[in-house]
Design a protein around this ligand. Structure first.
Ligand SMILES: [Zn+2]
Length: 262
């Protein structure tokens, strides 16, 4: 797809990868602060309204509006997250590797992709993985757009993914390129979707080679548990090969695989 062809899109992803940690660090003070919060990447979240640390989810259960990075498996947990699918070529191959190593992952799906491939959405759910809303059209500038636009991007994708899955709702919301806003995080949380960041960006979309992908995870897993891969957006053969190497390596290091905290 053309929107994935340019460097610009991925450049934003890179910038956001550095930014999310700073944003997360800032969330603890957001409730007491009215001004904009600037991340290390320069991305600014304009805090235009009084900020609530939790939003009431659909079942009445409060969901945090803070961007999640931690694993529900604790200090030696790893959260594999797989973005931009589902894709008819690569999602089945990713699912196969995950199955071989008994790993459950979180799939951040683009709404239109889910709508086009409901069989893959159902396969992801049937294998015990979790769903994450990654908006309708993957607009990495959505943090500069109106609230009504952000709402459509998030809620339409939620409906598309839930319909495709046969009624299983996404449990997380990951903004494209990390383009979160206080509004979008609160909206997602009020629909039961925890905003989801990442700690290790494999940059698999740049196709640097399987060895580089593996080395990146080995070097950066100490940064935090949530690792970002992609099953959409192009040839993901390096991603599949890297998973085949890194999953057993992580197990040998004593890590276990979980989901991002909710
Ligand atoms: Zn993405």
């Amino acid at each position: 797809m053309a929107r994935r062809g340019g460097r610009g899109w991925y450049g934003r992803v890179l910038a956001a990868a550095v930014g999310v940690t700073a944003v997360a660090a800032a969330t603890s003070v957001w409730s007491a602060q009215a001004g904009p919060v600037e991340s290390r990447s320069g991305r600014v979240e304009a805090a235009a309204r009084p900020f609530r640390p939790h939003a009431r989810g659909p079942a009445g259960v409060p969901v945090s509006v803070a961007i999640a990075h931690a694993s529900d498996h604790g200090a030696r947990g790893v959260d594999i997250t797989v973005d931009d699918g589902p894709d008819p070529v690569w999602t089945p191959r990713v699912l196969k590797v995950l199955r071989e190593y008994g790993v459950k992952a979180t799939f951040c799906m683009v709404g239109t992709q889910a709508q086009a491939h409901p069989d893959l959405v159902r396969a992801v759910v049937a294998a015990g993985h979790r769903l994450c809303d990654h908006t309708v059209s993957h607009d990495t500038t959505m943090d500069t757009k109106s609230e009504s636009y952000q709402a459509r991007q998030i809620l339409d994708a939620e409906r598309m993914i839930t319909k495709a899955s046969g009624g299983v709702r996404p449990q997380y919301y990951r903004a494209p390129g990390g383009a979160f806003t206080p509004y979008s995080r609160e909206l997602a949380a009020s629909h039961g979707m925890r905003p989801l960041g990442w700690n290790v960006d494999t940059k698999d979309f740049e196709r640097p080679g399987t060895d580089v992908l593996v080395a990146t995870v080995k070097q950066e897993i100490s940064n935090g548990p949530t690792v970002l891969f992609h099953d959409g957006g192009g040839d993901r053969s390096q991603t599949v090969r890297a998973l085949r190497e890194i999953l057993p390596w992580l197990k040998r290091q004593g890590y276990s695989f979980g989901f991002p905290v909710r």
